[in-house]
Ligand binder design. Structure first.
Ligand code: FDM
Ligand code: MG
Length: 221
């Protein structure tokens, strides 16, 4: 009998705006593909689905929504692909994800709505596939500003971003099993890309030790 194929890895790339997440994800995707691996690239929010279109309208300030309601839509936008994501992983496909539950929790908690704590924000993420590796692309506010500053979407302002920066550190501390690796994204594209690739290949090589795909748990554990 043939041994089942090794499962794919779930790789998440997180960071603030202008940290270079999307270009690094694309470069990583191409490198893994060229090396002959089965690989997919997802990003959240996925603005193409029905839920994603509601999120898109909200982010472009074309609609208003209660903070909890939009929060749950962001989470639902992950849940709607969770099943196919697990199937891909089981089939041996490595999945690269540009923003995930960490962004979900910290951007909502950064609004400082007293009725929307970080713990509340994390709750709908419980049970989603947990990344085997989360790369946090870290960039200073000054370097981010040099890369073109803020765009016009909701959340693209200095006060919110600085709270987001702190909350990322808080959530990473609370999610100790998260295998989070901080990467200095203030360096050249190539230097960052190299560290990203090495970290991902390391993770893939160590998948047997990790075992089956895990799921997110409560952050109070
Ligand atoms: N964002 C992203 C959230 O508020 N919650 C989430 O769950 C996710 C995935 O959406 F400001 C925020 C983060 C960012 C905005 O993301 C749009 P992109 O990566 O800039 O498209
Ligand atoms: Mg953006």
């Amino acid at each position: 009998m043939q041994a089942p194929p090794q499962r794919g890895a779930l790789i998440v790339v997180e960071g603030l705006d202008r940290a270079g997440k999307s270009s690094q994800c694309e470069s990583l995707y191409q490198k893994l593909q060229q090396s002959g691996r089965a690989v997919k690239y997802l990003r959240f929010p996925d603005r193409t689905t029905a839920i994603g279109k509601m999120i898109d309208g909200y982010l472009r300030c074309q609609s208003h929504m209660d903070d909890h309601a939009i929060h749950l839509l962001f989470s639902a936008n992950r849940w709607e692909v969770a099943h196919s994501l697990e199937e891909d992983i089981a089939r041996g496909t490595t999945v690269i994800v540009d923003r995930y539950s960490y962004s979900g929790a910290v951007y909502s908690a950064a609004k400082m709505n007293p009725a929307l704590s970080l713990e509340w924000a994390w709750t709908p993420e419980i049970g989603l596939p947990q990344p085997d590796l989360c790369l946090f692309l870290s960039i200073s506010p000054e370097a981010a500003a040099q890369r073109g500053g803020f765009g016009v979407e909701r959340y693209e302002n200095a006060a919110l971003q600085s709270r987001v920066r702190e909350l990322f550190q808080t959530i990473f501390r609370l999610q100790q099993s998260g295998n989070i690796r901080t990467i200095d994204a203030g360096r050249s594209f190539e230097e960052v890309a190299q560290e990203v690739e090495i970290s991902v290949l390391d993770c893939i090589a160590g998948l047997d030790a990790i075992g089956p795909l895990r799921r997110f748990q409560s952050i109070t554990h």
